[in-house]
Ligand binder design. Structure first.
Ligand code: HEC
Length: 185
C-alpha cells in the first residue's frame, strides 16, 4: 500500500513536470472536464435508456452517439472545447487512439491509478476520463454477442460497424475515455 502511494506520487510528479501545465490551469481544466463529461454522460444515458424502452436495443443503436446528444454543440461553444470518446477496442473507427501519447495514457488508465487527467496535447490541453461499463444496459450492445446482444441488434451493429471491436465486455469493464480538448487561451 505504501509503495503504491509512493508510486502514485512519483507518477503525478513526473506527469506534472513533463506536461508544463500550471496547477491553477490544471485544476480549472480538470473541473470543467468533469462537468462536461458528466453532462454528456447523463444525456447519453437518458437518450439510450428512452430509446431502448421505446423500441428495444436494435432501435436504440443510433443513440449511443455523440451526434445524438443535443447538448454537445452548446457545451463545445460554452467551454471552447471539442468533446469526443476514444477506445482501444472501438466500435466507430474514428474513436481509435490517435497518438503515442494517447496509447500510453490508455495503459495508465488500464491499471486504474487515476480518475482523470489533463495533458498537453499537440496544441491544446486535453482532459481524459475513463468510461466504464457501468450499467447492465450497456451490455445490450457491448456485451457478449448472441447472449447479451440479441440477434437483430447484432446484425444492425455489423451492418453499421463492420470493423466493430466493442463487444465482449462485462459489467464494470474499462470501456473507453472521454477526451475533451480545450483551446488554450
Ligand atoms: C443500443 C446500443 C448501445 C447501448 C445500449 C450502448 N451503446 Fe455504446 N455504442 C453504441 C454504438 C452504435 C456506438 C458507436 C457510436 C458512433 O458511431 O460514434 C457506441 C459507442 C460507444 C463508445 C465510443 C467509442 C467507440 O467504441 O466507438 C463508448 C465509450 C460507449 N459506446 C460506451 C457505452 C456505455 C458505457 C454504455 C452504457 C451506459 C453504452 N455504450 C451503451 C451502441 C450502444
Amino acid at each position: 500500500m505504501k509503495l503504491n502511494s509512493l508510486f502514485i506520487v512519483a507518477f503525478l510528479f513526473l506527469f506534472a513536470c513533463t506536461s508544463e501545465i500550471d496547477s491553477s490551469t490544471y485544476l480549472k481544466t480538470q473541473r470543467n472536464g468533469n462537468v462536461i463529461a458528466g453532462k454528456v454522460q447523463a444525456t447519453l444515458l437518458k437518450n439510450v435508456g428512452q430509446a431502448i424502452h421505446k423500441g428495444g436495443p436494435e432501435f436504440a443503436v443510433e443513440f449511443c452517439n455523440l451526434k445524438a446528444a443535443s447538448i454537445i454543440d452548446s457545451l463545445n461553444q460554452e467551454y471552447k472545447c471539442t468533446i469526443s470518446r476514444v477506445s482501444e477496442r472501438n466500435r466507430n473507427p474514428s474513436a481509435a487512439l490517435s497518438s503515442a501519447q494517447e496509447k500510453e495514457l490508455w495503459e495508465t488508465f488500464q491499471s486504474e491509478i487515476l480518475n482523470d487527467t489533463v495533458v498537453q496535447g499537440n496544441k491544446n490541453l486535453v482532459f481524459y476520463k475513463p468510461i466504464k461499463m457501468g450499467m447492465s444496459a450497456c451490455l445490450k450492445c457491448h456485451g457478449i454477442p448472441e447472449s447479451d446482444i440479441n440477434h437483430t441488434t447484432q446484425q444492425k451493429l455489423h451492418e453499421l460497424y463492420p470493423k466493430d471491436l466493442a463487444t465482449g465486455y462485462t459489467l464494470g469493464d474499462f470501456r473507453g475515455l472521454w477526451k475533451i480538448e480545450f483551446v488554450r487561451e
